[in-house]
Design a protein around this ligand. Structure first.
Ligand SMILES: [Zn+2]
Length: 459
């Protein structure tokens, strides 16, 4: 029935028509088949849920899939019907006309958060000239959307920071961390650290790690002498610090959840990658996250619950104005840097479980745009199992997958005793819901900003 409703009002391009036809064949048997009208460019989304797998390039996805469900299995993130690739390069700080081919999370996050590329290390400010760039979360707030920002990293880490702050350097996370951005300090008349700005932005739901930043003392402005947490409470935030506090949090106030002093605890563990002759093939140890810390899926579920109740409760918005939520699986990247395949895969699987929460929500809220993507590629690669005469000069670990086969994961983008590096590859972007057709093909990271902006009616 839904096919009849809008079809005559839209013009399909050849590409989209072909894609929709292909999707129709591929998914026609699914009970939860999403309506055609949502695949095509028919305008506004009520809600937007943006998932960022930090460092989750195609090889990280493939490694997690092979290990957890087997080579022929599919993760939740594999089921999004429309998929493209986007380029992720940054700009050079000293000459912003030239690309920096390997981005960090700050520059790449700035690209989708603002629609403008910048140089590595910058948080929603311009390369070289240090001007503030308006963010998609700020646009959503202006249009009446309630907003949420969830991460397994510190909430002041680059990916959550790009939505809610403008500083010249990603290290300026708390009021005492401002050595790299003295001009941004509150005592210098600036907007303050990332932690201060995240609270001052009035984001409705903030969940993640990084309590150490919010325990620091503010050095200027109307909350001088108070901690960032105290300033949050003074601005109407309920503050929770463990899983049970999160579970019992009620709608009606803004919520700041800080569940670890630093990054949140990891889900899995195992033996690290090492150079040849390596370790015995391994299975990972699972279920290691302490129970007082919520999972990413728990945080996503609660964020959606609170944001949805807020939009329908005390605030009265138009029918098409719901919530904007970003969810980051942060430690895929951090464990990739460290060359820890089990920890990396565990975080990728936990991220996938959070995506499943959103996809289940979207089954009954089909005017929700769900986007799943990464900020940049990373080091881990699946390579042939090593032999004495043929093996990587880097470090590696061989895992026993869900197929019962051996898979060797290699880390060789830096010296083996150093932090492994990001890569400059394009990465996957997948979507469903309004505007989702725009991710198809090869686009750029800045295009995601415009997709989101059109979905919330800002363009
Ligand atoms: Zn990284």
């Amino acid at each position: 029935m839904f096919l009849l409703k809008k079809r005559r009002t839209v013009t399909l391009t050849a590409t989209v028509a072909a894609t929709v036809t292909a999707v129709g064949f591929a998914f026609a048997s699914r009970a939860d088949y999403l309506s055609l009208e949502q695949f095509i460019d028919n305008g506004r989304a009520k809600n937007v849920i943006l998932f960022i797998g930090d460092g989750m390039g195609d090889s990280e996805i493939t490694i997690a899939r092979n290990y957890s469900v087997g080579a022929a299995g599919r993760l939740a993130l594999d089921t999004l019907p429309l998929t493209g690739e986007y380029t992720t390069y940054a700009l050079q700080e000293s000459n912003p006309k030239l690309p920096d081919y390997v981005t960090d999370s700050a520059a790449s996050g700035t690209a989708w958060a603002t629609g403008s590329k910048t140089s590595n290390g910058r948080i929603s400010t311009t390369a070289s000239t240090d001007s503030d760039l308006k963010t998609i979360l700020e646009l959503a707030q202006e249009r009446g959307f309630v907003t949420g920002n969830v991460s397994t990293a510190e909430l002041t880490d680059a990916t959550p920071a790009v939505l809610v702050s403008h500083v010249s350097n990603r290290n300026c996370q708390g009021p005492k961390d401002m050595t790299s951005c003295p001009q941004d300090k509150k005592s210098a008349g600036g907007p303050g650290s990332i932690a201060e700005q995240s609270v001052d932005h009035g984001v409705d739901v903030l969940l993640g790690g990084g309590k150490q930043r919010y325990d620091q003392i503010i050095d200027g402005g109307r909350f001088a002498g108070k901690t960032v947490i105290e300033s949050a409470q003074a601005q109407g935030y309920q503050v929770v610090t463990d899983a049970s506090g999160l579970q019992s949090a009620q709608p009606g106030t803004k919520l700041l959840g800080l569940f670890n002093s630093g990054n949140m605890s990891l889900e899995w563990a195992g033996k690290p990658a090492v150079v040849y002759p390596g370790n015995e093939p391994q299975r990972c140890r699972e279920g290691l996250r302490p129970s007082n810390e919520p999972s990413l899926a728990d945080m996503t579920s609660k964020a959606i619950e609170l944001l949805e109740s807020k939009q329908g409760g005390q605030r009265r918005f138009s029918q098409k104005t719901g919530f904007f939520l970003q969810v980051e699986g942060a430690s895929i990247d951090k464990q990739d840097h460290a060359g820890n395949p089990c920890e990396q895969i565990g975080e990728n699987v936990a991220f996938d479980q959070a995506i499943k929460v959103a996809l289940d929500y979207a089954k009954t809220h089909r005017d929700t745009l769900v986007v799943v993507t990464a900020d940049h590629g990373h080091t881990s690669q699946i390579i042939p199992n090593p032999t004495q005469t043929a093996h990587s000069p880097g470090k590696y670990s061989t895992l026993i997958t869900a197929d019962g086969a051996q898979m060797t994961v290699n880390y060789a983008t830096n010296l083996s005793d150093q932090s492994q590096e990001h890569t400059g590859t394009q990465v996957r972007i997948a979507a469903q819901g309004p505007q989702a057709s725009k991710v198809v093909g090869v686009i750029d990271q800045t295009d995601l900003f415009h997709i989101l902006a059109r979905a919330i009616g800002a363009e």
